[in-house]
Design a protein around this ligand. Structure first.
Ligand code: EPZ
Length: 421
């Protein structure tokens, strides 16, 4: 199990590229189950979650190979419609195979994903949608068994604009008989990326990018290609890394249309930014970081996946800020670890009250989940002395060798094997 040894206090300087989006790839890859033949996903990041999805699809008979950043996927020989517990428990996004399988093959056996580091993450909306489209859903020994002769289009309303439920329902609706309306659909860029891929495959979807999607079912979809969008959360994480170290970087390959909420909060905190077509320059060399309140919300609001990273930045701001997560009420496992570095934070229900301190001091801290580990790395970059971040396998799920990117900007991070856990 690897850990990071971080020598804090280095200002980040230089240019760095953003990789393809994890949460787009994890939706685009299962979409190939809807068709038979060779599809190509460009700009796919080499992340552990992507490799887990490769394992999941491969054990179904899909042939997948990486060719540089291109993922070549042959969905001709699918022979299994099951997603086993061993893989689903590693990655909740495995649930994305449910919609395509039941829509194309009339059957799917998918393990219930169970909880995650910060509590229960239900899938009731996924199941409600498929039932409304005519699937029979049974829960048998921890597995979802979904069956149908043929899905029918339906009017579906989501109480919560769930990203996963929107993705699953959208994929299922493409081959259903008739028209499906998804009301209160998620508008995240990753869902738009998925919808565009499905259209390239021959799906008939209108309202893409809005919260009302209309899908006219077709008989068959053909293999297609798509460019994976840049990862807005990796982009936000790298920008906060530059801000927290009072550095000066240029970020290349990001899509600023996916980042407005993060960019405006950075500017509000006194960081100077200059943005033009895919290049974002951040100069925090003379910035006094101001305390800025954040409340997460669905896109285009401030993403919950940047909440932990924002708290890390606010630990060194010159005042008190409140960071509220309205998506996940208990996503604060990073707070006790940040306090070990000297942060002054109190969590009350789903709000962290952060009193900025003059400095953080390096210590040994424990990653608990993907974005929590990112926030510990960010704090370690700014802390005085050495910070050891344990269990960086969490980080590797969603960032492609982030220490190499940060070290290329002047950070001093060593990845070492560790028997500590
Ligand atoms: C996606 O998860 C992302 N994962 C998450 O990113 C992200 O935090 C989340 O969307 C919110 O933006 C992927 O895309 C692979 P949701 P998902 O369904 O689809 C509730 C990361 O760090 N809900 O939009 O699981 C749920 O409890 C990961 O990259 C139901 O109640 O999120 C939550 O409160 C972490 N019933 C809210 O909706 C359901 O059936 C949003 O969840 C589904 C969701």
């Amino acid at each position: 199990m690897d850990k990071f040894i971080i020598q804090g206090g280095k200002k980040l300087e230089g240019t760095v590229n953003v990789s393809g989006a994890k949460n787009a790839s994890l939706a685009l890859m299962p979409a190939v189950l809807l068709t038979s033949g060779i599809s190509k996903l460009y700009n796919t990041p080499r992340l552990n979650d992507v490799f887990t999805m490769i394992k999941l699809l491969t054990q179904m008979g899909v042939k997948i190979e990486f060719n540089n950043e291109e993922l070549i996927i042959d969905s001709t020989g699918i022979f299994s419609y099951e997603a086993p517990y061993e893989l689903v428990k590693k990655m909740r996004a495995s649930i994305y195979v449910l919609g395509p399988l039941v829509s194309r093959y009339g059957y799917a056996k998918v393990s219930l994903p169970g909880g995650c580091a910060w509590g229960p993450r239900p899938i009731n909306l996924h199941l409600m949608a498929l039932e409304r489209m005519g699937a029979s859903i049974e829960l048998v020994q921890g597995y979802i068994i979904a069956k149908t002769r043929k899905l029918n289009g339906a009017k579906i309303n989501f109480d919560i604009p769930s990203v996963g439920a929107t993705g699953n329902t959208l994929m299922a609706a493409t081959l259903a008989k008739g028209t499906t309306i998804i009301n209160n659909a998620a508008c995240e860029p990753e869902i738009t990326n998925l919808a565009n891929f499905l259209v390239n495959m021959g799906a008939k979807i209108s309202g893409i990018g809005t919260s009302i999607l209309e899908v006219e079912g077709v008989d068959e979809l053909k293999p297609a290609e798509i460019e994976t969008i840049p990862d807005r959360i990796e982009a936000g994480t790298l920008l906060v890394a530059a801000a927290i170290t009072k550095g000066n970087i240029e970020l290349k390959g990001a899509n600023e249309n996916h980042l407005y909420s993060i960019l405006s909060k950075l500017e509000e905190s006194g960081i100077s930014l200059s943005i033009n077509n895919g290049s974002i320059k951040l100069d925090a060399r003379n910035s006094e970081i101001k305390s800025v309140n954040v409340t997460t919300s669905v896109f285009p609001g401030f993403p919950t996946d940047m909440q932990a990273q924002w708290i890390a930045l606010m630990c060194l701001a010159n005042g008190t800020s409140n960071v509220t997560d309205t998506i996940y009420y208990d996503r604060f496992n990073h707070v006790p670890e940040l306090i070990r570095l000297g942060a002054d934070i109190v969590v009350n229900e789903n709000t962290a009250r952060v009193v900025g301190v003059k400095k953080l001091t390096g210590a040994k801290v424990m990653s608990t989940d993907l974005r929590a580990s990112a926030s510990l790395v960010l704090a370690g970059l700014a802390a005085e002395g050495v910070t050891e971040v344990l269990r960086v396998y969490h980080l590797d799920r969603g960032y492609q060798r982030i220490e190499e990117k940060l070290n290329s900007l002047g950070a001093e991070i060593q990845r070492v094997q560790s028997s500590e856990y």
